[in-house]
Structure formats: structure tokens, C-alpha cells
Design a protein around this ligand. Structure first.
Ligand SMILES: NC(=O)c1ccc[n+]([C@@H]2O[C@H](COP(=O)([O-])OP(=O)(O)OC[C@H]3O[C@@H](n4cnc5c(N)ncnc54)[C@H](O)[C@@H]3O)[C@@H](O)[C@H]2O)c1
Length: 253
């Protein structure tokens, strides 16, 4: 990885949006470290072992996260300075009165605490780099359109995603003096394995498509393009949560 243009960590990089991000970042010549609880669903064919590392780690396990990033930095010969937190699980999608608190706590933990753990694991790993922290630190978190306004059946997931959005702003302010930008995307429905599973279980996406001004779902690569922009190119943006939703949040009624 010493010959690559940088080193990025992607949590949830084994599937869906995260996997599409991995493909784009490899395409920009970055080394990429994937952290996920499951193996990669697909591996970009041309990626050499040295530029694509994979760690099976639960992002809420801070000790394991820190060890994984330290090992990734050592193997790559360069500490990561970029992070995309695209890990995530579905909520219970039931009324608040019926929500199992064990499910609720896990959803909050994975999305909110897991994003914090990943972000500060990156910063600590950068700080321990032998030559000092690599410059140009940048983090993109993944919130959701459910973080905007009130939604039924979202007392777990929607609250967790609002927490991710708020955390992004807080970290942006706290870490700007370190030269680290922290931004977020708020995806609308994106056709990933997570959403495909919901469709397979009978979830009807046609009302969503009808309410979306652009009239369709997002593709994982379209979402990854927005994430890549915030991560790599939006050099004067920090603390932003950018809806990538075909106009969903722009609709006034
Ligand atoms: N697909 C959508 O419509 C949509 C909309 C809004 C927000 N999001 C968010 O986008 C992100 C990516 O979702 P996706 O649609 O690509 O789903 P996905 O299920 O395809 O990918 C999520 C990945 O996260 C991993 N993961 C789950 N829990 C983890 C943990 N504790 N530690 C490490 N990895 C873990 C999974 O193994 C999986 O590989 C999630 O945060 C999701 O909530 C998705």
C-alpha cells in the first residue's frame, strides 16, 4: 500500500453502499481496509492483497476496532486517514408501543455508538502513526432520510440515524482543529441487500418511488459517488449532512 494515494477504512464495506464505496476508492488508487461482521459479498477483481484488507470485527467492539486499524496500518505501511462508516442493521420497523427494547438498544448501539467507535479508532490510529498523524483526515458517516421529521415505526432506527447526524456535526466541530473533516450522507431508499431483504419480505417500495421527485430508488454506486465526493473532494465542507434521496426531503407536503 506504500505506493497508493492514501488509506481508507470502510465499515460495512462487505455489502451494499459500503461495497460500492470500496470499489470507487480502489479506483482512485487508495488502499482500503474493510471492517465488517461478514465477509465481502464480492471482491473487486483487480485488488491486490496489499491494497484491500478485510477484518471481521463488530464495530461496537472498541478494543477489536483499534487492534484491527493498528494491524491494517502496520500491514499497509501507512496509517489510514479516511473513514466511511457504512455499517448498519435494520430497525424493528414496528410501532413504538410494540418495540422490543433489546432490539432498540442494539440498533442505537450499532449505528450511534458504532459510528463513534469507528471514528475515534481512526483518529487514535492516526495519532499513533510513527511520523505523526497523516494530513487530510476525512470521515463520512451514513445517516438516513428517517433522521428528518417524524416517522411512524422508527423509534429505534430513525432515532439512531438522527444521532449519527448530530454526532457528525459534533465531531466536525471538535476535530476541525486537527484538520479532520466529518460529513454525512442521508440516503433515501437505495437498492442494497438490506432493502432487497425488506422487499423479499413483502415491503412495497412503490409508495416511496411515487413520493420521490426523481421517481425511483437510488443505486449503491450513486450513493457511493456522493460519499466519495464528501470524503475526497469537498475540501471546505465539514459538519454537513447531505440528503441523497432523489428529492425526498425537498418535498414540502
Ligand atoms: N439501503 C438504504 O435504503 C439505506 C437508506 C438509509 C440509510 N442506509 C444506511 O446505509 C448503511 C449501509 O446500508 P446498506 O443498505 O448498504 O446495507 P447492507 O446490509 O447491504 O450493508 C451493511 C453492512 O454493515 C455490516 N454490519 C452490520 N452490523 C455491523 C457491525 N456491528 N459491525 C460491522 N459491520 C456491521 C453488515 O454485515 C453489512 O455488510 C447503513 O448504515 C444503513 O442503515 C441505507
Amino acid at each position: 500500500m506504500a505506493d497508493s494515494a492514501g488509506h481508507a477504512v470502510v465499515t460495512g464495506g462487505s455489502s451494499g453502499i459500503g461495497l460500492a464505496v470500496v470499489g470507487r476508492l480502489l479506483g482512485r488508487g487508495l488502499g482500503v481496509t474493510v471492517v465488517d461482521t461478514q465477509p465481502m459479498r464480492a471482491r473487486p477483481g483487480s485488488a491486490r492483497e496489499a491494497v484491500l484488507q478485510e477484518f471481521l470485527v463488530d464495530v461496537t467492539d472498541e478494543k477489536a476496532m483499534r487492534e484491527a486499524l493498528d494491524e491494517a496500518a502496520a500491514r499497509a505501511g501507512t496509517a489510514p486517514n479516511l473513514l466511511v462508516t457504512s455499517h448498519g442493521i435494520r430497525g424493528g420497523f414496528v410501532p413504538a408501543l410494540d418495540l422490543d427494547l433489546a432490539v432498540c438498544r442494539r440498533v442505537l448501539d450499532v449505528h450511534a455508538t458504532g459510528t463513534l467507535v469507528a471514528a475515534r479508532s481512526l483518529v487514535r490510529c492516526m495519532e499513533r502513526a510513527p511520523g505523526g498523524p497523516p494530513p487530510g483526515g476525512s470521515i463520512v458517516t451514513v445517516s438516513s432520510t428517517t433522521a428528518y421529521g417524524g416517522w411512524a415505526n422508527q423509534a429505534d432506527y430513525g432515532v439512531a440515524k438522527a444521532a449519527v447526524r448530530q454526532l457528525t456535526q459534533n465531531l466536525a466541530v471538535e476535530w476541525a482543529p486537527r484538520g479532520i473533516r466529518v460529513n454525512s450522507v442521508a440516503p433515501g431508499h437505495t437498492l442494497t441487500p438490506m432493502v432487497q431483504e425488506m422487499i423479499d419480505q413483502g415491503y412495497d417500495v412503490s409508495p416511496t418511488e411515487a413520493r420521490t421527485p426523481l421517481g425511483r430508488l437510488c443505486t449503491p454506486d450513486e450513493m457511493a459517488a456522493a460519499i466519495e465526493f464528501l470524503l475526497m473532494d469537498a475540501s471546505f465542507s465539514t459538519g454537513v449532512c447531505m440528503p441523497v434521496d432523489g428529492g425526498w426531503t425537498a418535498v414540502g407536503k
